[in-house]
Design a protein around this ligand. Sequence first.
Ligand SMILES: [Fe+2]
Length: 360
Amino acid sequence: MSVSDTDLMQAWNRVLKLSNLQAGQIVTVLTSADTHPQTLRCAIAAASALGARVNRLDLPPVNAEKSLSRDSLAYLGTTPLTGNTAAIAMLKASDLVLDLMTLLFSPEQHDILSSGTRILLAVEPPEVLCRLVPTEGDRQRVLAASTLIEGAREMHITSGSGTDLRCRLGEFPAICEYGFVDKPGRWDHWPSGFVLTWPNEGQSDGVVVLERGDILLPLKEYVNEPIRLTVQGGFVRRIEGGLQAEILKSYMASYEDPEAYAVSHVGWGLQPRAQWSMLAHYDKESHIGMDGRAFEGNFLWSMGPNNEAGGNRTTACHIDIPMCHCSVHLDGKAAVIDGVVQDDQGLSRAAARAAMKGIL
Ligand SMILES: [Fe+2]
C-alpha cells in the first residue's frame, strides 16, 4: 500500500529531529537512478521545513553489468563516488548527507564521515520507512546491547539445528544501527535496529546449520532445506545442502574472490517493529531486506568485507544471513536464547507470546 506525502514527511521530520538537524545546516540528498521519487521529495520538503539548506547530488549508477542482482548491496566497493573528487568535496562540505543511493562499504563513505559529515542511508520503500521510524528507545536498547559486545572476548552461537560457531572478539568495535545520526561523523541506516561487530581476523570456527525459514540476502529467499556451512580460521570452507546451497555457492563463486567467504559481521536483531514475515509479501526488487536484518531476536551474520570496521577486506561480495531460533552467548552469558533477546523488552514480549499460545 502506498503512503501519503504527509505521512512520509512526518516520518522524515521525526528522523531528522532525532538526527539533530538544525536550521541553517547544509543537507545534501544523494540520489541515483533507483532513488524512490516520493522518498526524495519528502526528504527535501521535511529538511527544508526544518530550516536546512538542501542540495541534491544525482550520480549515474555503476556496477550493474558486473552484478547478478539488482539489489544495491549485491556489489560493493566501487560507487559513483569512486575517483569523483568534486562530488566527495560537496558531501564533505555538508552537515548531513541523506543517502538515497547506497554508499555502504565504500572508502569514500569513510572519507566523508571523517570530515564530521553524518550520513543516513534510506532506500527501503516509503511504507517500510513509515512503519519503522526509529525512536530514542531503539537507540538506548541497541546501545545497551553494544555494551555487552564491547566487554566480551567470545561470541558463541548455537541452535537446535546444529549450529555451533565461536567467534573471538576484541579487534573490532561494536557497531550500533538504530536508524538515525545524532553525532558528527556518524553513519546509520533507516530502518534498522540491531547490534553487530566483526570477529577477530581468522578467529571464527565451527559450523552454521541454516534451517527452514532462515533468510539469505541479497538473494531474498527463505531457506527451504538445511544448508551446512563449515567455518575454519575465519572463513567458510564448505557449503553443503541441496539446490539452495548450490545456488549460493554458484553466486559466491561468480565473484572469483576468496575473501567473499570470510566471516563478516555478527550480531543480533533488536527491532520489534521489523517483521520476519515481510519477505513473503514483497517483490525482490522493491526492497533490500531490512526487516529481515533487524527483526527482534535474529542472529544476523554475514560473509564478505570487514572494511566497514577498519579491517582490510574489501570484497565486492556480501551475503547477509538472518537466522531464527539461535542462542547467542557472550563469554558464557546469554544475550539471546532460542530467538528471545534476554533484556526486559525481549523477555516481556516472549511472555506475552507464550500467553497467546492457547489462542493461536
Ligand atoms: Fe551485512
